[in-house]
Design a protein around this ligand. Structure first.
Ligand code: CA
Length: 665
């Protein structure tokens, strides 16, 4: 009997050892890892490593003393699967050690060694992850860091900025050129003695600085930062770590983490919130991306023929609808909020993501902080195998919870389609654009006086509430507003184009919804006519601060409009119903290029009756005013709440290509 038992136990043991790992036939069968500790968990006594990849036969962890690619590992450990995560616990102090993962597939193929998809720190170019003590990267006062006050999403004025553009121009007067720390310098001046950088942004009065991709991206080689290199950064490499080239030392993973936090802290201290431009819709690499090499197939969508689908136009698209991808994105944004105190997210090509994932992300972020702002591009750059009805496209915005979309309707209504460079828009005298402007005025919501059939792209309102609509004239994509107006208005004088430019920004800053400005547009920013400057030189992309004195009128005008918007609730109505109640378009039916409206009796606004008009005509027009005595507070080049000129009765002249705002006395 004893022998029989022994044989039985031995056989059981042998069978257990020889038991092959499960092979899953479809992604739906993959078991989920439900906990939030993927990546590493560091203490001085031990570090735990975990990653999820259910459909491979084995996985390895390698520990390195440095990020030097020539250096061999100090340690190589076979990972064990515990609760569906490949796991290793190393009872040593691994502080600042670098590490990688590598898997073997079911056919015995050893795939590429990769950084941890959940990496919190990285060496140069993100090839190796790093174990750091995140607590030790907190700048002074980090525990007391608070988000600047914001009472409502409608109060937001966004300033869209590339980290490098801010400081690279010789006129910036900023020492930490191209770095996160460049955004922390105060007292910086242009050669004409006008403030630049952080001081400039603060004085302009915007509420949020939206940073172009500042997570780790691929295209700038961090090993040769002494050479000029530029990229917008829409080629993600590591989603949970700041970009190395914007730090003062990309090799030491602690530095970029600390400097990013220092930037956020300083911006918060100056009353500015911080938005990250996030690009979860695709990865910079495809076949050899870390997701593909560590968790083959799972993170991407595929066409029926097995090829990568490509709604991003960048070679692949992420399958946000799969549970562990959805979880990855949610945990990533939560991490940026919790660890870095980020205040909002702009989702690149949000139309690739599924609606359910976006809503789960919104709920989760708003549970952390109710004032976090989320918006995205409600379109794609190509077709997706996931049906339109399931994706976060602009037309599906009503199904998105507290997530806003960019209004290309007003953008192109103002200045012409981005796809037809010579096309004019409302501000440059193109007829048939009036309803697109009115659509923007009401923040893409339902209003009885908008004729939706005549709006350029949308034949229905797509915003449930005005905070779901981002109104803008231009952004990093396509021509700058100033270049576009030059290209589409040949032979038109510079002063006339300045009028058109100011009218565009006046429309953005007086319309309901959320206002968005491309950094430098207040200085008539130019990229020398280049449209897609994603990898152009610093000379093309950097903000030229000498323009601040040259175009001082426009700068002061934008600053004045922002202040007026922030001071008057009438320009930031809270709900669709409030817009329907308080905002009434005036009859300008006999003029295709004159839009006028009144806003009346808005609670908590000392301006009880306001008239706003936009004249897209090349000549001045007269507008009949409601009864009473009216004071002009803004015209085509000046904003003055104290009043411009004498009071007017009955009718007012609206200059060519200009806006006017009047208040009843
Ligand atoms: Ca990088």
């Amino acid at each position: 009997m004893k022998y029989l038992l022994l044989i039985f136990f031995t056989l059981t043991l042998l069978m257990h050892c020889a038991e092959p790992r499960p092979v899953y036939e479809s992604f739906e069968e993959y078991p989920i890892y439900p906990y939030d500790d993927l990546g590493f968990t560091y203490t001085p006594e031990q570090t735990t490593f975990k990653f999820w990849s259910p459909n491979v036969s084995g996985a390895k962890l390698r520990i390195y003393a440095s990020d030097d690619p020539a250096l061999v590992p100090e340690k190589e450990i076979e990972l064990e699967e515990v609760d569906n995560a490949w796991t290793a616990v190393i009872k040593e102090n691994l502080l600042d050690r670098y590490y990688t993962f590598q898997v073997t597939d079911h056919d015995g193929n050893v795939l590429n060694e990769c950084a941890d998809p959940y990496a919190r720190a990285l060496g140069v170019n993100g090839n190796r992850s790093q174990v750091i003590d995140l607590k030790s990267t907190d700048p002074a006062g980090w525990g007391g860091d608070v988000r600047p006050k914001l009472s409502d999403a409608k109060d937001i004025v966004i300033y869209e900025l590339h980290v490098r553009d801010l400081s690279l121009h010789p006129s910036a007067g900023i020492k930490q050129k191209g770095k996160f720390l460049g955004l922390t310098e105060t007292g910086t001046l242009s050669p004409q003695g006008l403030s630049t950088g952080l001081d400039h942004i603060r004085e302009l009065g915007v509420t949020h600085v939206h940073l172009l991709p500042s997570f780790d991206y691929m295209s700038v080689d961090e090993s040769r930062l002494d050479e000029p290199q530029f990229n917008w950064g829409y080629d993600p490499a590591n989603y949970n770590v700041p970009e190395g080239s914007y730090s003062t030392d990309p090799a030491d993973g602690n530095v970029r983490v600390r400097e990013f936090k220092q930037m956020v802290k300083t911006l918060h201290d100056h009353g500015l919130r911080v938005i990250m431009d996030v690009v979860y819709n695709h990865t910079g690499r495809t076949e050899d991306s870390k997701f593909e090499q560590l968790i083959p197939g799972y993170f991407y969508r595929f066409n029926e023929d097995g090829s990568y689908s490509n709604a991003s136009g960048c070679g692949n698209e992420i399958a946000s609808e799969r549970p562990m991808v959805r979880k990855y994105i949610r945990e990533s944004v939560e991490y940026w909020v919790n660890e870095y105190h980020v205040d909002g997210f702009r989702f690149d090509l949000m139309g690739i993501h599924d609606i359910a994932s976006m809503n789960e992300i919104s709920q989760s972020l708003h549970a952390i902080d109710n004032s976090i702002f989320i918006y995205g591009e409600g379109w794609t750059a190509g077709n997706s195998p996931l049906p339109d009805s399931l994706r976060a496209l602009k037309a599906n915005t009503p199904q998105l919870e507290r997530i806003a979309a960019f209004s290309d309707d007003i953008r192109d209504g103002m200045k012409g389609s981005v796809f037809h460079h010579e096309e004019k828009g409302f501000v440059s005298g193109a007829k048939s654009t009036k309803e697109s402007i009115k659509y923007g005025v009401v923040g893409a919501t339902l209003h009885p006086q908008v004729n939706y059939d005549s709006v350029n792209y949308s034949n229905a309102p797509w915003a449930n509430q005005p905070q779901q609509c981002i109104n803008y004239a231009s952004c990093h994509d396509n021509h700058t507003l100033w270049d576009r107006l030059e290209i589409s208005n040949p032979g038109v004088s510079e002063s006339r184009r300045e009028e058109m430019h100011r009218l565009s920004l006046a429309i953005v800053l007086t319309s309901q919804g959320v206002a968005f400005l491309h950094a430098g547009t207040e200085l008539l920013r130019s990229k020398g006519g280049e449209e897609n400057s994603y990898k152009s030189s610093d000379e093309v992309n950097a903000i030229d601060w000498t323009r601040k004195s040259k175009y001082r009128v426009t700068h002061d005008y934008v600053q004045g409009l922002i202040a007026m918007r922030k001071a008057h609730r009438a320009f930031r109505l809270r709900t669709t119903e409030a817009i329907q109640t308080h905002l009434n378009f005036l009859d300008t039916d006999d003029d295709e290029l004159l839009v006028a409206y009144e806003i009346k009796d808005v609670p908590n606004d000392n301006w009880k009756h306001i008239v706003v008009a936009y004249n897209g005509n090349g000549e001045s027009k007269y507008l009949d005013l409601p009864a009473g005595s009216w004071q002009i507070v803004a015209n085509g080049d000046t904003v003055d709440e104290g009043g411009i000129g004498r009071a007017v009765l009955r009718r007012v002249r609206v200059d060519n290509n200009s806006a006017i705002v009047l208040v009843k006395k």
